[in-house]
Design a protein around this ligand. Structure first.
Ligand code: CP
Length: 306
């Protein structure tokens, strides 16, 4: 059982709750592999996608996940809504709830927005990415993919590489993978790794070649140009020279290491196409697994007593 009506972050989940989501997603992965991909589990319920920032993977897979559970889905188009006339975020959420939303799936550029809404509405709030804080369903689908590919997470050596400082995916992944027993190391330039991050139980490498040695999983991150000012690194060419995952660098990890990326990718900056499209890449499987994991999250939240 999940304890809370909302999924705000991985920080608030126990290892047991995370494993429950992953196990439940396993069942839903079977469902979405069938000819008839729908189950009536949440028929009559309504999910609303409230995305204040762009998204391809998360918004689409939440929509598909809701439809696979037989829910009604509304994709709220912010530029066409009364938000542009000055309606407040809370009034928008209360309006969506008054229209019958059982789930409000929110992405916002400000950290903490899902937490604020969770205190204002009875609907389940699902954080689809808030500022530089958390992106919990991305971490859950990453963990699901690692477990599927490696058979376990406990004891694995996992490297997260790139712009850690601005990445909500990195933070949720660190919380999730540490709770499941992985050894997590962060690799990147000092300007893109927060100073006190070791307090989360991770190790830090500022040299790509040293950091990649003997890793089981490499998780590449996008440079978040939209969240950073200037000066974190001299140029994208210089960044690529030092931090791009190339075939030569990949050979430093274990022979069976897998390569992940939450997307969207900056090809040639953090990862070369040869690897992104190659046999060690599980990037598109992460996307597919996102549907099953988001089905599991909504199914389990629907069962929480309130
Ligand atoms: N991984 C991820 O959040 O991708 P989108 O921005 O396309 O949703």
């Amino acid at each position: 059982m999940l304890k809370n009506k909302d999924l705000l972050g991985i920080k608030e989940l126990s290892a047991e709750e995370i494993n429950l989501v992953l196990d439940t997603a396993g069942g839903f992965k079977d469902v979405i592999g069938r000819d008839i991909k729908k189950v009536p589990a949440l028929r009559g319920k309504t999910a609303v996608n409230l995305f204040f920032e762009p998204s391809t993977r998360t918004r689409t897979s939440f929509e598909l996940a809701a439809k696979r559970l037989s829910m009604d889905v509304i994709n709220f188009a912010i530029p066409m809504s009364s938000v542009v006339k000055g309606e407040s975020l809370i009034d928008t959420a209360l309006t969506v709830q008054a229209l019958g939303a059982d789930f409000i799936i929110i992405r916002h550029s400000s950290s903490g927005v899902p937490h604020l809404l969770s205190t204002k509405v009875k609907a389940s709030i699902i954080n689809a990415g808030d500022g530089t804080d958390e992106h919990p369903t991305q971490a859950l689908l990453d963990a699901f993919t690692i477990r599927e590919k490696k058979g376990k997470i406990d004891g694995l050596e996992i490297a997260i590489i790139g712009d850690i400082a601005h990445s909500r995916v990195a933070k949720s992944d660190i919380y999730c993978l540490k709770k499941l027993g992985a050894k997590v190391r962060l690799i990147g330039p000092p300007t893109l790794i927060p100073e006190k991050i070791q307090e989360l139980g991770v190790t830090v490498f500022h040299n790509m070649e040293e950091g990649l040695k003997d890793m089981d999983v490499l998780m590449m991150l996008r440079i978040q140009m939209e969240r950073q000012g200037k000066g974190f690194f001299p140029s994208t060419d210089e960044y690529a020279k030092n931090w791009c995952l190339t075939t030569g660098r990949l050979s430093l990890a274990k022979d069976d290491a897998i390569v992940m990326h939450p997307g969207p990718m900056n090809r040639g900056i953090e990862i070369v196409s040869e690897i992104a499209d190659g046999p060690r890449s599980v990037i598109l499987e992460q996307v597919t697994n996102g549907i099953a994991v988001r089905m599991a999250v909504m199914y389990l939240l629907a069962g929480v007593k309130r």
